[in-house]
Design a protein around this ligand. Structure first.
Ligand SMILES: [Zn+2]
Length: 259
């Protein structure tokens, strides 16, 4: 059985540790901090076999050096001078094989220019994607380095993954994202139901992630840039009409930045 466990770090990061029943090997995705990962590995009797990185931000790579001192393992990540620890630089379409899991690399620039995601179509339990800070549950990452058309295209690539794909993003931002989604999508029944469900999880101190592509398509305004409800909400908010979906996305992102 494939286990994908969230290890909490900082205020609201999830560092994903992947391992299999019956094996001591584990890989970690975006270890921004080494200590909680090491504690988890020790507690579970696991040994690190690899590190996967999605982008260069410190809260995603800050623990890499300390982990490598204990375990000199392969480091998969974007091909960028900003992450010199990467031993296996990845490009769009590359395949990464870790723990018998075949992960396809997707370039998804926008949050940063170097951002990549890892998609497994045939994982036990259904398809999955590790998407870092691009698509979030109920929202999306900020555009620190990219443009709106670039980030929109990246989110569309993720939106076109199979509906059942589990979305392993890296922050617990869901309730705040859904608060904004409600300002845009109003009383959309799927959104109302989701807010109740996610609030219950948080009240029980449970993570709201992974999400799924199906749930995001139904309730995430950043994946609904052609939805008449979204266009109408934007007109009310800013008084002008955006026609191109990428421009709609950019206007939504600016609205959320000041929300
Ligand atoms: Zn980031």
């Amino acid at each position: 059985m494939l286990h994908i466990e969230p290890v909490k770090a900082f205020q609201d990061n999830y560092l994903w540790v992947v391992h299999r029943s019956g094996s001591k090997q584990a890989v970690v995705v975006d270890p921004g901090d080494a200590a909680p990962v090491q504690a988890y590995l020790q507690q579970q009797g696991l040994q690190l076999a690899g590190i996967l990185l999605t982008h260069h931000h410190a809260d995603h790579i800050g623990g890499v050096d300390a982990l490598l001192r204990h375990w000199p393992v392969p480091v998969y990540g974007p091909d960028t001078v900003k992450i010199p620890q990467v031993t296996h630089p990845q490009e769009d379409g590359d395949l990464v094989d870790v723990l018998g899991l075949a992960l396809q690399v997707m370039t998804v620039p926008g949050h940063t220019l170097d951002h990549i995601a890892y998609f497994a179509c045939y994982a036990e339990g259904g398809p999955l994607v590790f998407c870092g800070d691009t698509l979030f549950a109920g929202g999306c990452g900020r555009m620190f380095e990219g443009t709106a058309p670039m980030m929109y295209a990246s989110l569309q690539k993720l939106a076109q993954l199979p509906a059942a794909t589990r979305v392993f993003c890296t922050h617990e931002y869901t309730l705040s994202n859904l608060n904004f989604a409600k300002a845009v999508l109003k009383e959309l029944p799927a959104l109302t139901a989701r807010i109740a469900s996610e609030q219950l999880k948080r009240a029980q101190n449970q993570p709201t992630v992974p999400s799924s592509i199906a749930l995001e398509l139904a309730t995430n305004p950043f994946l609904r840039c052609e939805d008449p409800e979204v266009l109408a909400a934007l007109v009310t908010h800013q008084g002008t009409i955006e026609r191109d979906p990428a421009q709609v996305f950019g206007a939504l992102r600016r609205w959320k930045d000041g929300f």
